[in-house]
Design a binder for this molecule. Sequence first.
Ligand SMILES: Cc1cc2nc3c(=O)[nH]c(=O)nc-3n(C[C@H](O)[C@H](O)[C@H](O)COP(=O)(O)OP(=O)(O)OC[C@H]3O[C@@H](n4cnc5c(N)ncnc54)[C@H](O)[C@@H]3O)c2cc1C
Ligand code: FES
Ligand code: FES
Length: 479
Amino acid sequence: MPSNKIRFIHSEKVIEIYNPDPNETLLNFVRTKLKKTGTKEGCSEGGCGACTVVLGELKDNDINYIAVNSCITFLPTLDGKQLLLVEDLVSKDNSLHPVQEAMVKCHGSQCGFCTPGFVMSLFSMFKNYTQFKEDIIKDSIAGNLCRCTGYKPIIKAAKSLGTKNKIDHFVKNKKKTVALLKKIGNQSIAIYKKGKRYFAPRYVSELKKILKKNANSKLLSGGTDLSLIVTKDRKDIESIVYMNSIKELNYIKNNNKYIEVGATTSLRNFETYIKKYYPDFNKILKRYGSIQIRNVATIAGNIATASPIGDNLPLLLALDSQIVLQGVKKSKILPINDFFINYRKTKLKEGQFIHSIRIPIFDKNIFKAYKISKRFDDDISSVCAAFNLIIENKKIKKIKIAYGGMAAIPKRAIYCERVLLNSSITKNVIDKAKNALEKDFLPISDMRASSKYRKIIAKNLLEKCFLEISEKKSVGIYN
Ligand SMILES: Cc1cc2nc3c(=O)[nH]c(=O)nc-3n(C[C@H](O)[C@H](O)[C@H](O)COP(=O)(O)OP(=O)(O)OC[C@H]3O[C@@H](n4cnc5c(N)ncnc54)[C@H](O)[C@@H]3O)c2cc1C
Ligand code: FES
Ligand code: FES
C-alpha cells in the first residue's frame, strides 16, 4: 500500500509529514515550517543559487551528497532523503564547518545574502572531491550568483579547503545516517490533498497502473522545467507523478552499438559517462544550467519539453538517437527525428512516458557540438549546433547536422547536409552549405538573439566545425 506520509532525515532525526501539499516548494517548507531562514529566496527559478541546500541520498552503503535548488524542488520529493541546511553545518559544540571557516577567513561574504547558497555548494564539493582544482571549484559554484563580494575571495576560500581535515561531523555520524536512510528509503507515495494528487511509484509496473487511472497527470523528473509552472506562472499542478524514485529507470547501459540511458538518470551522471564516447557532448553538458540543475534534471525531461533551445536535443538528433516510449500496455521505439511535431509539441500521448534514450556509438565519426549563449555558465542557448560526420578519402561520406534555437523545434539541417554529402571540403562547398542553412531555417528574434544574429552564428559554427577538422585543433575564443 502506498503511504500518504513522506519521511526524511533532518538533524539526525526522521521527520514525518502527512499529506504534504504536492505543490509546496522545499524552500517554502524550510523557511516557513522548519523556521530555518538561512536558506534564501532570490529568483525562484533555479538561476541564482541563494536557495541551495544539499540532499543526502543512499548509494550502496554510502551517502551521495547533491546540491539542489530548493526553490524548484517540490517538498514530497524529499521522501527517503537526508536534508542538509546551512544551519546544520555548525557542529553541536558550535564550531563552524571547514567550509564556513574558509569563507570567514578569506572574506568570502559581504551583504551575506548569497553566502548560505555558496556555502552549501562548496559543502557539496567538499563532500564529493578530494582535490579542489580551479575547474572543479568553478563548476561547483557556477550556479551561485554574488552581487557584492565578487568571486575571487570565494574561490580562494574554496582552494584553501584542500588543507582542511575532511572528517566533519557528517562523516562521524555516517553509520547512523545510513541506517536511517535504509529504514525510510523504500515506500511508494500517494497523496490526495485539497484536490491535488501526488504519486511517487518505485517500480515501472506501479507507474503504469497509476498512469492508467491518472492519464492526465504531469510527469515530474528533476522538476527543473515543470516546477516553474508553480513558482513562476503561479499556477497549481493538479496531479503529479514523480518518476525519480524509480531506480529501475536510473541506469546507463552499453551494448557496443548504442548507449541506453534510463529516464531517471541525472544529467550529472550522464555527462561523466558520455565523455569517453563524445567529448563534445560532455563539454555542452558542463555548460548546461548548473550543478544544482544537472544533479536532478534528466535527458528524458529535456526531450519531453521539446524546447527549441533544449541543449541535448540537437546533439541527440545529429547522433540519430532513438526514444523508447512506454505506454500502459505497449512500448515503441521512435527515432528522435520523428518525435518533435511543433513548438513544445511531441508525439508523446497521454499515459505514455519516456522509458529510455538510445544513443548510437559511432566509433569512426567526427562529432562536434557548440553552444552559443549570452553568458558562458548557467545560461540557455541562443543557438546550439551539432555535427556528426565521416570523412573518407577527403570526401564527406556521411553527415548529420542539427541546430537548436533556429526554428520552433530542434531540427536537422537537411538542405545543408545535402550540399555537403559526397563533397570535398573546399571553401566553395562550405560557402554553399552556409547558404543552404538559409533554406533550412527561418529563426525568430527574441530576448536571446535576433533572427539575423542567429543566421550568422549558425553559418559561423558550420565554418568553425570544418576549420577545426582541417586544422585538427579548436578555433575561437573558447571551444
Ligand atoms: C536555472 C535553469 C537552467 C537551465 N539550463 C538549461 C540549459 O542550459 N540547457 C537546457 O537545455 N535546459 C536548461 N534548463 C531547462 C531544464 O533544466 C531542462 O529542460 C531539463 O532537462 C528538464 O529535465 P527535468 O528532469 O528537470 O524535467 P522536468 O522539469 O521534471 O519535466 C519537464 C517536462 O518533461 C516531462 N517529463 C519528465 N520526465 C518525463 C518522462 N520520463 N517521460 C515523459 N515526459 C517526461 C514533464 O512532464 C515536463 O513536461 C534550465 C532550467 C533551469 C531552471
Ligand atoms: S531562489 Fe534563485 S535559485 Fe532558488
Ligand atoms: S555577499 Fe552580497 S550578494 Fe554575495
